[in-house]
Write a protein that binds this ligand. Sequence first.
Ligand code: DGI
Ligand code: FE
Ligand code: FE
Ligand code: FE
Length: 187
Amino acid sequence: MEREKALKLVKEQLTEHRYQHTLGVMETAISLARHYRADEKKAELAAIFHDYAKFRPKEEMKRIIIDQGFPSDLLEYNPELWHAPVGAYLTKTEAGITDREILDAIRYHTSGRPGMTLLEKIIYLADYIEPGRHFPGVDEVRELAQESLNQALIKSLQNTIIFLLKKNQMVYPETFHTYNDLLKKQE
Ligand code: DGI
Ligand code: FE
Ligand code: FE
Ligand code: FE
């Protein structure tokens, strides 16, 4: 699918703010893909669709998670986690994108997963460091991302886990599993 068509489909689903974020993720993902020799076209499409489901009603997301057999424990954790697998599903059914690597990069862009692919890592990080993001620690992750995708990912997962702990929020176990998996692979 061409960039213009993909952007048009996504724009209809998002607020202007979230659309601008999506453009930032797209540019960042393409640049990381070039840097780390991943497929730039897949990075572009995964980035464009990564937040496709962000504003779907909770009831609709819940139904899709149940009907499509996504892990039902997701429903016990923060609803912020739901738009990732639901986004992968809707990108397939509504936008007609069938590429497994693209759909998995969308699916795992919030929680991560152990054994993340190169494309999954790129989308996860691009989402975290795109130019519109301004939270504490983001510049450090931007710098790390130029040197090592894994080190940047480890730092961003640490930041996210600490952020959730400080807000007294639960942490989805997959986020810990992703973190542990990357640490294990350091040496
Ligand atoms: O959709 P975005 O805002 O662009 O970013 P995202 O899909 O990475 O969502 C991140 C939000 O999800 C962030 O505000 C923290 C929240 N969240 C809630 N529970 C968890 C979680 N993020 C992770 N990684 N793990 C959780 O358990
Ligand atoms: Fe998201
Ligand atoms: Fe993220
Ligand atoms: Fe996002």
